[in-house]
Design a protein around this ligand. Sequence first.
Ligand code: CA
Length: 615
Amino acid sequence: MLKKTLFLFITFVTFTLNAQIERVEPTFWWVGMKNTQLQLLIHGTEICTRSVIIQYPGIKILKVNRACSPNYLFVTLDINPKTTKAGTFDILLKQPDKKDLSFRYELKNRRTDSAIREGFTSADVMYLLMPDRFSNGDPTNDNVDSQPDKMNRNMENGRHGGDIKGIQDHLDYIRELGATAIWCTPMLENNYEKASYHGYAISDYYKIDPRFGSNQEYANFVEASHQKGLKVIVDMVSNHCGIWAWWMNDLPMENWIHQWPVYTQTNYKFSTLKDTHASAIDKKVFVDGWFDKTMPDLNQQNPFLWTYFIQNSIWWVEYANLDGIRMDTYPYNDRNAMATWAKAIMTEYPHFNIVGETGLYNTNDNAFWQKDAFNSLKYNSQLPTVMDFTLQTSLSTCFNEHGKPWEEMGMNRLYNTISNDYLYASLKNILVFVENHDTQRFNNLIKGDLDKFKMAMSYLMTTRGIPQIYYGTEIGMTGNKDKGDGDIRRDFPGGWQGDSINAFSAKGRTAVQNEYYNYLSKLLNWRKDKDVIHNGLLTHYIPENDIYVYFRYNDKEKIMVILNNNLKEISLKTDRFAENLKSFSNGTDVMTGIKYDLSSSIVIPKETTLILELK
Ligand code: CA
């Protein structure tokens, strides 16, 4: 009897659990969006044969599409901008002989200032951090029952416990350093058994990873950042999802992801995209191959997947009030789909900015990915900003070399890289950096040489584009990528209770850390209101004797930058720079306040940059 009752009870529970709508995504939406169409992904057991009923003023069902799996419906709505008011309504799924299923859906009012939001610009300095490695503000979320990858600070690829609260607790630190925008590596749920800390294997596109916090905590963090005058840039991943993404056991369609008879990894060969001689298989493997065994390759050519993804990006911008997007592994996606994606976002937010991870090592390849770039393939990516890995490569070696004028060495590298700028459609929208979470730590490359650090930073903050630093750049954090990614993603000292050094305060930093910090902080704070650096023109001179000279100028101001990469003091004649110096006879170095007479020659100390405001 007991057994029978139990059986009936279990059957009842199972039936009840089955008979429900498990997910509707986007989880809610807004009235007042420029694109009035909305695609709802509805997921629930065997719902595909049901009819969909929505009764709400202004809402019309345009299409109902069944997927290959019986457990999905894709419903496309039109939200009439004039007659639809914010509010809630029921999505009703009906089928004769079955109990009705319903889901309460909400349309919110769009933020009144949403369309005018300004994205990051060349007036900003971006501070890139890895949330797991920056600061553990909330030890109660270090381990979460639903997530198998538990905290282990002894493992370089383990979770270290950093979170949203840890970042929010240090907004003043970032602001005082002089950065104006924060780029956090991805914070969406990465439900995976190991090495989930980096965030690039997303398992739920509508949920902040509970080990970082909640969606609400994330939105609060963005709001708190805005109150401090800091912008927030979200890191998104459209090329691949995580192997434990919620849909992997029940794909809506077979071609939701790229499937291969045997595991096929991308060949990582960007050249195949533009190469007119490339074989079809090489091209296909590059774009459709998986980035990693744990990262299934999403099929951006599936219109349902792609609409889902575009809406997801807009959802996060609107929900969390974001200031920019950094898109991962940009060229690995279907390039036409990416253009549609970028255009959809820029249509909703015309003053927004997006930077793509264009990991290309020559300007010709990189410029191809920038919106409105000229190319014979007539491709327009619609992507406003690209990353300058070419310049980053030059910067990673040039301060360690002292070559002949005709050699690709030293200051010639910087000159040669910048001299290809004619290929770019917009010089303001190039992200410039010496390091990020995928490169060698810059301080490792220069072996902790403070002079070289100062030269690199002074260059980065005065050349064209949008400078980006990486958490720890400011205190000379080091790490060797050859030892694994964990080594270039060390915990920020002071971010964990009990840390022996607290680099968040001048008192807590070592003397050497303060030398790094003080130099960079002064430079960044000086840069903040320097329109001549943000938007001014740039004229440079062929390096001679490993000295590189350039000018930044607009109608009101002129700045002369001199990099002496020599291991000795050099006296430089100034007559060669007459076309820019004109009537200026002296300049004041912004870092030291020392005034230099420029009428005939100038002495520059060894391995030093002078940033001279001309008077
Ligand atoms: Ca934590």
